[in-house]
Design a protein around this ligand. Sequence first.
Ligand SMILES: Nc1ncnc2c1ncn2[C@@H]1O[C@H](COP(=O)(O)OP(=O)(O)OP(=O)(O)O)[C@@H](O)[C@H]1O
Length: 676
Amino acid sequence: MTLPAHDLETERAHLTASRTALRRMRERAEALFSTGENVAGDAYAAETLGRTLSRRVAELADDPNTPLFFGRLRFADSDHHIGRRHVVDAVGEPMVLDWRAPISTAFYRASARDRRGVNTRRRFGFSGGVLTSFEDEHLDRGEELGTASRILTAEIERPRVGPMRDIVATIQPEQDELVRAELGDSICVQGAPGTGKTAVGLHRAAYLLYVHRERLRRSGVLIIGPNRAFLSYISAVLPALGEVEVAQTTVDELIAAVAVRGTDAPEVAALKHDGRMATVLHRALWGNVRKPDAPIVVSDGSYRWRIAEEPLRRVVDEARREGLPYGTGRERVRARVVGLLQRQSEARRGDSPGDPWLRRMGRAKPVTDFLDAVWPAVTAEGLVFGLFSGADTLGRAAGDLLTEAERERLLWTKPARSAKATRWSAADAVLIDEAAGLIERPSGFGHVVVDEAQDLSPMQCRAIARRSEHGSITLLGDLAQGTAPWAATDWAESLRHLGKPDTPVVPLTMGFRVPAAVVELANRLLPALAVDVPEARSLRHDGELTVREAPDVDAAAVGEVRAALAHEGSIAVIAADAATERLHAALAAAGVPAAGVDDQTARVAVVPASLVKGLEYDHVVVVEPAQIVAAEPRGLHRLYVVLTRAVSRLAIVHATPLPAPLSPFSPVDQGQTVVL
Ligand SMILES: Nc1ncnc2c1ncn2[C@@H]1O[C@H](COP(=O)(O)OP(=O)(O)OP(=O)(O)O)[C@@H](O)[C@H]1O
């Protein structure tokens, strides 16, 4: 299609004018920022205003390589450019509408059958920030390109370099429904590899912040990812969408109340992550509460007051029944005991004692001694320490819940002298967090996005549940990619542990990353993975798949890297963790030094199989799949993850036979490049 030249010129002029307008908006925000202190009434207001304005300045940053708008909608009576943020001209007239604005929904969802009032949808093609083309769909004439759009395909097939980028220009209708789900709605997305789960989660966070800015600024939005390498890979997406204040963390960091200096044997860690431990901790904690068996006698200097056993029992029973966190319950008992003293004092003196008297009574030794006896102060570390250092304590809390062998497994053979001196493991940290949550409720977030959620243990789910009790969650994952020993095999259980049992599970199956032939190869593993998930499909019919048997896999891997260097885009050599050092050396010796997983700008990286989850590279060289499978109990799941990282080309090199589900690889294919 040849484009009307003047149309393109007009669009370019609108782009230039919008850029100028954005610059003016930014200058205005900067000017306000510098005078903010003078206009705000007090220090607190000044700080709040300063923060708001500095965020606004950051939001309005313009990246010359990122198109300011990517679409245009023509309705019968209006016409809008759609972009990454609102841009208004000098008199406040909109020049670009934010993709999250209600009108923009039509850009993603309108179809010839359901036009949503749209006559024409235009998509723009850019090259290095320069507007080079556009494509029109005259929906009013029944024209619709769908995924046949050339601009859409080019965007999806664009080679990857560096960190993840946003997909606002090409969000697909089924993704958009998830992105724009109501704030109150929790959702669980079961998505095959590369179907855009991470992208959906991040865009949903940006969308919710736009629609519920004030509410979520107070309560916050949290993104939880599997590891730091993953977080750094996704870290640029939200700022590119103008959202600079979203916390991004791993579960381990989220619950890092103690320093982790110890390790557990795998079977011990698995048991500590088991959901039964929640009951064990609950019982151990509440087992500290005793029935009062003596009166309290307390003097205020003038009088001696006495509270009999019976009212004390009632106070403790009532506080127990209220279902408060343990620490709050203890303070409630203290307050009620003081209340009983107050009433006696009022009866005797005829007037109410003042606050200082009440405070003094609350701290009086007989009152504190009473509390220590019937509702002792407990720390989270102390609770877990007590549980694993004494067979009696563990037996009382877990006698009928854990088998004797399981209890044996949990007990330390040589406990440290104190909780403080204990070398806590990562699994202990999860238990300590659970205990801390029983003692005092942590503050929660308005919305939590959890990526790679299939790898969360029941206890980790509970840690997240505590932080989203009054908010909603977006759970993203793929049961087929579960590699943790406690990985979920069905979502219902995870959702129950997350405290959101009624959350709908929505599948995504259309892949945007992995070429069709690679998806077909990876799908061969699915029957062996023992999970009930829909097969992945692929939008991409480009790509290359090579399977090469070679006696020297290192040399073969170097050869594949050299071949990949002839193409554009990132290259990763993915191997069992134990083989990565050797491959680094082989590549360096061949004059192609490679970076590690942390360097996202590197052209070539060697990445251990255990860290590649969630990442993607244009060209992937998988070294010795059988070794990847053999390295861990859920090795086939790991291999499924590894095989689905490639955007354009996948080469598998092996000396030992391929794992059963992959072999026999068709003899025609074996040793050859299959160009797809
Ligand atoms: N609508 C879209 N338009 C363009 N690119 C897309 C779209 N949806 C997803 N992608 C791209 O496809 C790739 C895979 O997306 P993403 O990483 O979000 O998938 P995922 O489902 O989280 O994958 P995994 O299961 O491997 O973690 C990314 O490069 C993403 O930008």
